[in-house]
Design a protein around this ligand. Structure first.
Ligand code: NAI
Ligand code: NA
Length: 395
């Protein structure tokens, strides 16, 4: 098949296997180039196939020779359709991991369900015995509650007032105003149910009950704060309430892990183009400007650079550096005063006409297409692709 990007709004319905593999190999190369990391050897990554999750899996495996189990929800290829990008990413990751002699197995299904937790538990018992790190990197618009069966949908809405600001259609480059209606009854609860900490806690409870967590066990989940200008739709909006809940859950989990001296952390990460973040209004325009400013200042990072820094300069130090609220901050460069001042200045004057010159729309687009394996210089997109129907370690 010759595969081309087919986009619908902020999603791309096709993915390119060799391109996705290229993205994974680039990340592996980066980690290897930075040298060995002293971090846990038996790692479970939940949300392991794209974005920060695959970056975490790669960092553990290729930085620290860790055995990894990855859980995700991806589509295999089917008649006339490509697989989803996380499927190809994982196939490429496992191929490289196995070639390097590393243990890597995967479970594809709904991580919110009891069934997938049980499958994961069985696999850990069979192969690894215990786990010493769980990375929780799920991002989903929906969750079916495993006890009640209620299906929750998350939303990205401001709370209280209509929020009006600039946004960009990153395909056309058109900058325009968008008004987002405030949340209605149930939106906050629904969003907290999907993206809050309940499922993270359920995973840790389930693993601990089976005695699958080692002494000094650690778990980390990813959060975001961001600048003033996105506050109404992000941190002070419905998704922000879910992040508040996730962050509070870290303390709750740490309490439950006292007997094994375990600890749960939140890492506040930088804004990056992923399938999840491109769905949030206003944020893509902010990111186009942020990328420009961070690149101009030589402090731009992608998911892999972020996680490499999380592992080597934060999470596995004897004294883990945190902010006043106990959170690890790897959004420090994004939030630097000079960077934010410059972005705010550009924000005031950005228009359709000048975005290409004052912002990094091209960089944004490029990363968006990279998510699906497109726009890699190394790949000849006029060539037929190999069908990737298997993930070697898929259970
Ligand atoms: P992503 O969309 O790239 O990754 C989501 C992962 O979750 C994928 O592996 C997907 O297969 C998996 N997944 C989704 N639903 C699932 C389900 N029901 N069962 C099993 N797996 C499922 O997202 P991204 O951006 O890497 O987000 C990960 C975390 O990082 C989220 O908590 C997000 O809020 C946070 N974060 C993201 C930032 C960004 O700018 N992208 C910034 C800071 C934090
Ligand atoms: Na992820």
């Amino acid at each position: 098949m010759i595969i081309e990007p087919r986009t619908r709004g902020f999603i791309c319905t096709t993915a390119h296997p060799e391109g996705c593999e290229q993205g994974v190999l680039n990340q592996i190369e980066y980690i290897k180039s930075k040298g060995k990391i002293d971090s846990p050897k038996k790692v479970l990554v939940i949300g392991a196939s794209t974005g920060f999750g695959i970056a975490s899996r790669i960092t553990s495996a290729f930085g620290s020779d860790a055995s990894t189990i990855g859980v995700f929800f991806e589509k295999p290829p089917s008649e006339g359709r490509t697989a989803s990008s996380g499927w190809y990413n994982t196939a490429a990751f496992e191929k490289a991991a196995h070639k390097a002699g590393l243990y890597a197995k995967s479970i594809n299904g709904d991580a919110f369900s009891n069934e997938i937790k049980e499958q994961t538990i069985a696999l850990i018992k069979k192969d690894l015995g215990q786990i010493d790190l769980v990375v929780y990197s799920l991002a989903s618009p929906v969750r079916t509650h495993p006890v009640t069966g209620v299906k929750y949908k998350s939303s990205l809405k401001p709370i209280g007032d209509v929020y009006t600001n600039k946004t960009v259609d990153f395909h056309t480059g058109e900058v325009k105003e968008i008004s987002i209606d405030p949340s209605v009854e149930g939106d906050i609860e629904n969003t907290v149910a999907v993206m809050g900490g309940e499922d993270w806690e359920m995973w840790i409870d389930a693993l601990k009950k089976e005695n699958l967590l080692s002494d000094d066990f650690k778990t980390v989940a990813y959060s975001y704060i961001g600048p003033k200008l996105t506050e109404p739709v992000y941190r002070n909006g419905t998704i922000g309430r879910a992040k508040d809940h996730l962050e509070a859950t870290a303390f709750k989990i740490t309490d439950k892990l006292k007997d094994i001296s375990g600890k749960a952390y939140i890492s506040v990460n930088k804004a990056l183009v992923t399938q999840s973040s491109s769905a949030i209004p206003v944020i893509p325009l902010y990111m186009s400007l942020l990328y420009r400013v961070m690149k101009d200042n030589n402090v731009h990072e992608g998911c892999i650079e972020q996680i490499q820094r999380l592992y080597t300069e934060r999470l596995f130090l004897d004294e883990v550096p945190t902010d006043n609220e106990g959170r690890i901050r790897i959004d420090d460069l994004e939030m630097r005063a000079d960077i934010q001042e410059k972005v705010a200045e550009l924000w005031e004057k950005v228009t359709t006409e000048n975005l290409m010159s004052i912002g990094d729309l091209q960089g944004y687009r490029n990363e968006f297409f990279h998510l699906f394996g497109f726009n890699y210089d190394e790949i000849d997109y006029t060539k037929e692709t190999e069908e990737v129907v298997d993930i070697a370690g898929l259970q």
